[in-house]
Structures are given as structure tokens and as C-alpha cells.
Design a protein around this ligand. Sequence first.
Ligand code: ZN
Length: 161
Amino acid sequence: MSETDNDLRELYQDMILDHGKRPRNFHVIDPADCEAVGHNPLCGDKLVLFLRVGEDGRIADAAFQGTGCAISVASASMMTEMLKGKTAAEAKKLWAYFEAVCKSNATPADMTEGLAEDDIDRLQALSGVRHYPVRVKCATLAWRTLESALDPKAVKKVATE
Ligand code: ZN
């Protein structure tokens, strides 16, 4: 690995730590067009995801609220930043890519087709959790919640426990 790669990796590690400490888009959207609740019982991470969809069908706003470990919060924070301006199909493509890199860093090239370089770098950095299998559930919680938020058949209302 070159020195530049190391620097880049450190930069992204710092970014993840920063998002974990100071999450972006950490608020309620009311009314939201899509809403879903995610829970990771293994770690105790819980979050509610809110999406507002614009006239053009693109995600105009994304936000979340909840409690959880730094990785789950950082992942949700970074995801809400990435989602803005994306269509549902583009968002699902990002999740498919992230899910794949969380399992293996050898992903088929066509999975990155059409994805922004910056989004790929961020997801690559987050996928470092694959070395800690328990943490993968934390890092993917926001994205699994997104999947249900985008499912038209899903119940969008907040579940009460
Ligand atoms: Zn967690």
C-alpha cells in the first residue's frame, strides 16, 4: 500500500469518528414522505429514518434520530448525506454496493457503475468493519432501515414497542 493510500485511509477513519461524535442530519422531518424504524438488538442500536422526496422523484432531504454506538451513528449520518439528490434506484444501488463490500473487498466492477467516486470512498471506509463481524450489523443498520423506508409496501409509521 502506498503512502497516499494510508493518508487517505486515515482521512476517512477521522471522518467516520467525526460523524459518530457529531452526527449530521440528526433531526426529525415532519411530515416525511418515507419513514422507517431500524433496530439492531445485538448492540442495542435504534434509529428512525426520515426521507422527503421531491417533485422530481429524488430524495430532497434525509435525516435520522436515535441512539446507538458510534459506528451505527456514523453510518447513518454519512448515509443521510449521501442520499440527498439520489433517486430510490440510486440509493438502492449504493446499499447493494455497501452490502457487498461489507462481505468482501473483491466486488464486481459493475457494482460501482454509475456511483460517485466520493460515495464509493466513503462506503469503502465504512466497510472496514467487515473485520469485526458483530460491527457489520451496526454499520448496515441505517441502510437496512433505508431499504424498508423505500419499500412502498412497508408500513411507514413508527412502530411502538
Ligand atoms: Zn452498534
